[in-house]
Design a protein around this ligand. Structure first.
Ligand code: NAD
Ligand code: MG
Length: 409
């Protein structure tokens, strides 16, 4: 109804796994939230204009601004865009091409919340722009913090932006730590002693090193508990996803690397835990469904009924915890090292990983080459402790080339 407060949401990466789940959350909130009226005000895709238009057409109220971040799509859809707009009943909608428009959207005065759901380093500029503009940022794009954690923190402190984690582990930690930790409040929460990130262990949790050497693309893409985009699914199989999450946690919660632990929890029900000085450990539990952490990032500090199913107490649950094996999963050890090193290390490892994942998905390198490639490229760079953004982006490009060179590609 009309006296609800309007919340305009910009969904960057709307055509992806998180973006699609966000659209569902917004639809659901509009049916249940009596305080706010939720609008997908803007949405972006990279190359899939058809998919973006379908998302826009299904939203009610629908967006007024669409962005295709790949500038090439201006040519690709030059002939079909008018028909697509008409057939999706989107006449009058604004459609821009290229990544500059992402930044314009992220900083637009009418936008209240930016959902940063672009995959990889490509999400950095728009996420940082939203933080600089003082928005509430629902952060799925962990790579931004991996590449430029200290710069994002500084921008947040300068602008008063709120960064609410969407990554399920970080949302769990945020929920366990109490309200004062990220958003700021008058009631300081106790500082945690340890952050305990849970990891499903991915499809190769029980595989030997030797088995992993000949892992196929299909088996690596077959995640046991989560349905996600291809890049993060491969990251989960190498456990580089957990490595990126260690680094993400280091910057998001401003704790040193040695305050972060990883435990294997194959059922993906316990999304992470926090230990306090007295030894008390708090955990957050829910079925593996991203709609809960997405919604919490939007409605925080409010909790509203969620479209994801609750934890079924009518059945027996076997929730197990296992010690993480840093031998079989060397990416984990790398994650701790990079989180401790800070500076340029995150940008280099992130770029090497993105490149290597692409090469693996193209069938050009072996599964185990991904992490060894990251380690080699990191070792080949000269560490700097407080790099500016331009240097980080330069190193990102260098690390991608270096990764290809390592495999003579
Ligand atoms: P996805 O591949 O399903 O979607 C990625 C989105 O980014 C798409 O909308 C795509 O069009 C867009 N995109 C791709 N390349 C781009 C580029 N160069 N420039 C601009 N946009 C581009 O990925 P996803 O699984 O939704 O993951 C998105 C982010 O959320 C990642 O950072 C991932 O680590 C994080 N995340 C995802 C999940 C999950 O369950 N999927 C969970 C936690 C965190
Ligand atoms: Mg996660």
């Amino acid at each position: 109804s009309s006296n609800r407060k309007v919340q305009n949401v910009a969904v960057l990466g709307a055509t992806g796994s998180i973006g699609t789940a966000t659209a569902e959350v917004i639809t659901h909130l509009n049916q249940t939230d009596t305080e706010s009226e939720w609008r997908m005000w803007a949405a972006s895709g990279h190359r899939n204009l058809d998919g973006l238009m379908q998302i826009a057409a299904a939203a009610d109220p629908g967006p007024q601004w669409l962005v295709m971040s790949d500038p090439e799509s201006a040519k690709t859809f030059a002939d079909t865009r008018k028909d697509l707009i008409a057939s999706n009943n989107l006449t009058g909608i604004r459609l821009d091409y290229g990544s500059d428009a992402l930044i314009e959207v992220a900083q637009h005065p009418e936008v209240d919340v930016v959902v940063a759901a672009i995959v990889g380093r490509a999400g950095l500029e728009s996420t940082l722009a939203a933080v600089e503009a003082g928005k509430r940022v629902a952060l799925a794009n962990k790579e931004t913090l991996v590449v430029a954690g200290p710069l994002v923190r500084r921008a947040m402190q300068a602008s008063g932006a709120e960064i609410l984690p969407v990554d399920s582990e970080h949302s769990a930690i945020f929920q366990c730590m109490g309200p004062a930790t990220i958003a700021g409040s008058d009631c300081p929460a106790p500082k945690p002693k340890k952050l305990i990130l849970t990891a499903s262990g991915g499809p190769f949790r029980t595989w030997s090193k030797q088995q992993m050497q000949s892992a196929t693309i299909e088996s690596a893409l077959d995640h046991p508990t989560w349905d996600m985009g291809p890049k993060i699914t491969i990251d989960s199989a190498t456990m580089m996803n957990k490595a990126l999450e260690i680094i993400e946690a280091r910057w998001l919660f401003d704790l040193p690397a040695d305050a972060i632990e990883v435990v294997i929890h194959p059922q993906s029900i316990i999304h992470s835990m926090v230990e306090f000085d007295d030894g008390s450990v708090l955990a957050q539990l829910s079925p593996p469904d991203m709609k809960l952490p997405i919604q919490y990032a939007l409605t925080y500090p409010r909790r509203l009924p969620c479209a994801s199913p609750g934890l079924d107490r009518g059945r027996q649950w076997d929730l197990t915890l296992e010690v993480a094996d840093l031998e079989r999963f060397p990416g984990l050890a790398l994650g701790f090292e990079v989180a401790a090193a800070g500076g340029t290390a995150g940008a280099v490892v992130n770029a090497a990983n993105e490149e290597a994942v692409g090469l693996f998905l193209d069938g050009q390198i072996r599964f185990t080459d991904i992490v060894s490639g990251c380690r080699d490229v990191l070792a080949n760079h000269t560490h700097e402790s407080d790099p500016p953004l331009a240097r980080l982006l330069e190193l990102d490009r260098w690390a991608r080339l270096e990764t290809r060179n390592r495999f003579k590609l």
